[in-house]
Design a protein around this ligand. Structure first.
Ligand code: PMP
Length: 411
């Protein structure tokens, strides 16, 4: 059996911090990285022979769990025909059609290879379209690892759910602000729901000052319902960024929106954007299969799935955890919508980054390491979301609740 300690030491020689993405270091929970060998359904297995019920699901990517048979079958068929052409293929148009039908605000689309590429390209497009060069963003929302979102000279930042700050900052600086970018359901400070009228209010202000409203639905896209968060909250952005789910487990990103804006992208316009792997046939085929499977049964899709099933299962898990917390006098707030949820060890409502930060992180770490030992893998940070897939079973939920119950008794 391979020793994880040795794998970590070797990886450290080549990768800063031993990983290729910081959250995989498990530093936020005071632990060490895991090395995943395989995944099937709701479970993953590590190189040191351990098995976990996975609630991270590749950070919200895998709606049908690991190694879904139908996705694998479609990908295998395409693999035999080539893995990357660098030219146009018919699957790009097929996936685009499916996405644009599901999300009508996306009149035109461009595929890219990651969420970061999608948000960065959308913001660049907004800059060029408006002739302005600043972003308004919300503390605790994450839009990818790009200097656009890290260098303070590029943006104004205000608390999530704070419409009055949005209004006053925009009133003062609208001549500089090209776009407002927001996660309609925040997923990068734990799950945080938009308060009533927050998103609709942003739409009204953006219209008034001709600012482009960008919904970063990299996590939200196809997550809580087929039409994504914008259809659930009935607010239409000008541009939408997607990633994760639409690639069926392969690297992907996409941005799209109003034709009038999207036409500025090269080669039809002069905003240059390009990518060797964009629209990669393997990713497109996996994405098409995923979206086909997600198309709800009421729309007559032969293999359609009902979101209600996983949304109810998630609610059931969260309600049971809340009951166990009550029984054991553990202060906990669970934010849940659809199949995404997060646990905060706190008494107060969590509505923005400041309130998320007031949770008891030490308690979370203790909880995390204990539940991990019992074979349950939540996302390894108290500022991340957890996800349920169609592959999670009632048995997974029961086991999780039972382990949570034991641990709450010891916290
Ligand atoms: N936007 C949001 C809302 C995200 O959650 C993420 C990543 N989790 C990104 C953008 C960046 O996506 P990627 O990691 O694929 O670059």
């Amino acid at each position: 059996m391979v020793k994880t300690r040795e794998l970590i030491e070797k990886a450290k020689k080549y990768f800063p911090g031993g990983v290729n993405s910081p959250v995989r270091s498990f530093r936020a929970v005071g632990m060490k990285p895991i090395f995943v060998k395989s995944g099937k359904g709701s479970k993953i297995c590590t190189n040191d022979g351990k098995k976990y019920i996975d609630y991270c699901m590749s950070w919200g990517t895998l709606m049908f769990g690991h190694s879904d048979n139908e996705i694998l079958k479609a990908v295998r068929k395409q693999l035999a025909l080539g893995t990357s052409y660098g030219f146009t293929n018919i699957f790009e148009t097929e996936l685009a059609e499916k996405i644009c039908n599901a999300i009508p605000s996306m009149e035109m689309i461009r595929f890219v290879n990651s969420g970061t590429e999608a948000t960065t390209s959308a913001v660049r497009l907004a800059f060029r379209y408006t002739g302005r060069s600043k972003i308004l963003k919300f503390t605790g929302c994450y839009h990818g690892a790009s200097e656009l979102f890290f260098d303070r000279k590029n943006y104004f930042e205000i608390p999530y759910n704070d419409l009055s700050s949005a209004s006053s900052v925009i009133k003062k600086h609208y001549k500089e602000i090209a776009c407002v970018i927001v996660e309609p359901i925040a997923g990068n400070m734990g799950v945080i729901l938009p308060e009533k009228d927050f998103l609709a209010g942003l739409r009204v202000i953006c219209d008034k000052y001709k600012i482009i409203l960008i919904f970063d639905e990299v996590i939200n896209g196809f997550r809580i319902t087929f039409g994504s968060a914008q259809s659930f909250f009935r607010v239409k952005p000008d541009l939408t960024c997607l990633g994760k789910i639409i690639g069926g487990g392969f690297p992907v990103g996409a941005f799209g929106g109003k034709k009038e804006i999207m036409k500025k992208i090269a080669p039809s316009g002069n905003v240059y954007q390009a990518g060797t792997f964009s629209g990669n046939p393997i990713t497109m085929v996996a994405g098409i299969t995923t979206i086909k499977k997600l198309q709800i049964t009421t729309e007559g899709s032969p293999c359609g799935t009902d979101y209600k099933l996983i949304n109810d299962r998630t609610k059931c898990l969260c309600n049971s955890i809340k009951n166990e917390a009550k029984k054991n006098n553990v202060d906990i707030v669970i934010n849940q919508i659809g199949s995404m949820f997060s646990l905060f060890f706190t008494k107060e409502r969590v509505i923005n980054y400041a309130s998320a930060k007031r949770q008891d992180v030490k308690k979370f770490k203790r909880f995390y390491s204990l539940i991990f030992k019992q074979g349950i893998l939540f996302s390894p940070s108290s500022f991340e979301s957890n996800f349920i897939s169609f592959a999670h079973t009632d048995k997974d939920i029961e086991k999780t609740v039972s382990e949570v119950s034991h641990i709450f008794g010891r916290l």
